[in-house]
Design a protein around this ligand. Structure first.
Ligand SMILES: [Zn+2]
Length: 245
C-alpha cells in the first residue's frame, strides 16, 4: 500500500490519540476505587451478618424473658390461691399442711425462676451492647461504601470527559487520512497493540524491537510513499527524520 509521507505522519497523530484512549480505558479498569468498593462490600456483608446474629440472640433472649415472666406469674398466682385457701376457716389439718408444703415448694421455685431471670437479663444487656456496637459498625461500613462509590463516580466522570475529548480530537484526523490507510490501521489495531508507530532510532515504536541491518537496508530502499510494516508486530512503521536511516 502507498500513502503520501504527510498522510503517514498524520497517522502518528491518530496513534497518539488512540494510545491516550487506551490509557483512559486502562485507568477505568484499574481504578483503585473498584478494589476499595469490593472490599467495602465484603465488610458490609460481614457486618450485616453480625447485626442479624445479634438481633437473633436478642429475640431468643426476649422470648426466654417472657417465658420466665409467665412462669413466675403462674407461681405467684398459685401461691396467692394457696394463701387464700389457708386463710379460709375450717380447713382440715391435713389439707392445711399440704398447702403449707406446697407454698414452700412454690417459694423455692419462684426463687429459682427469679435467679434465672436475673441471669437472662444480664445476658440480654450484654447482647444489646453487642447489637448497638454491631449497628454502629454497620452504619460506618455503609458510609465507607457510599464514599468509595462517590469517588468512583467522580473518577469515572473525569475519565468519560477525557475520553469524549479524545474522540472529538480523533474525528478530524481520521477525516484527513486516506480511507484505505485508516482501514489498514484499524485492522492492525483490532488485533491488539498499536496500529502505527514512529520508526525511531531504528527501533519499531510499537514493539520497541530494534531492526536488523537487512531490515534497515530494505527500508532505506523503499519509496517514501510506501506503507511499511514491521514484520515482528505488524504495526505500520512511519519514517521521520528521527528514524536513524
Ligand atoms: Zn514492531
Amino acid at each position: 500500500m502507498n500513502a503520501e509521507p504527510a498522510a503517514q505522519q498524520r497517522l502518528l497523530q491518530l496513534a497518539d490519540v488512540d494510545a491516550e484512549l487506551n490509557r483512559i480505558d486502562h485507568r477505568r479498569r484499574a481504578m483503585p476505587e473498584l478494589a476499595e468498593i469490593t472490599e467495602a462490600e465484603k465488610i458490609l456483608r460481614e457486618r450485616k451478618d453480625a447485626v442479624v446474629s445479634a438481633e437473633t440472640s436478642a429475640r431468643d433472649l426476649d422470648r426466654e424473658i417472657a417465658r420466665l415472666e409467665r412462669d413466675v406469674e403462674g407461681v405467684r398466682a398459685r401461691a396467692e390461691r394457696d394463701q387464700n385457701l389457708l386463710a379460709g376457716a375450717g380447713l382440715p389439718a391435713k389439707q392445711a399442711a399440704d398447702l403449707q408444703h406446697e407454698l414452700e415448694t412454690l417459694a423455692r421455685r419462684q426463687g429459682v425462676l427469679e435467679d434465672e431471670q436475673l441471669e437472662i437479663m444480664e445476658q440480654r444487656e450484654a447482647v444489646q451492647t453487642n447489637l448497638d456496637a454491631a449497628q454502629g459498625e454497620l452504619a460506618e461500613a455503609e458510609r465507607a461504601l457510599a464514599d468509595a462509590q462517590t469517588r468512583r463516580d467522580g473518577t469515572l466522570a473525569d475519565l468519560e470527559a477525557a475520553e469524549a475529548g479524545r474522540r472529538r480530537d480523533r474525528e478530524p484526523i481520521v477525516d484527513g487520512l486516506p480511507a484505505d490507510l485508516v482501514k489498514l490501521y484499524e485492522s492492525i489495531r483490532s488485533r491488539g497493540g498499536p496500529g502505527a508507530a514512529m520508526l525511531r532510532a531504528r527501533k519499531c515504536g510499537a514493539c520497541r524491537l530494534e531492526l536488523d541491518r537487512s531490515e534497515v537496508s530494505q527500508i532505506r530502499a523503499a519509496a517514501p510513499d510506501e506503507v511499511l510494516r514491521h514484520e515482528e508486530c505488524g504495526a505500520i512503521m512511519v519514517r521521520t527524520s528521527e528514524s536513524g536511516l
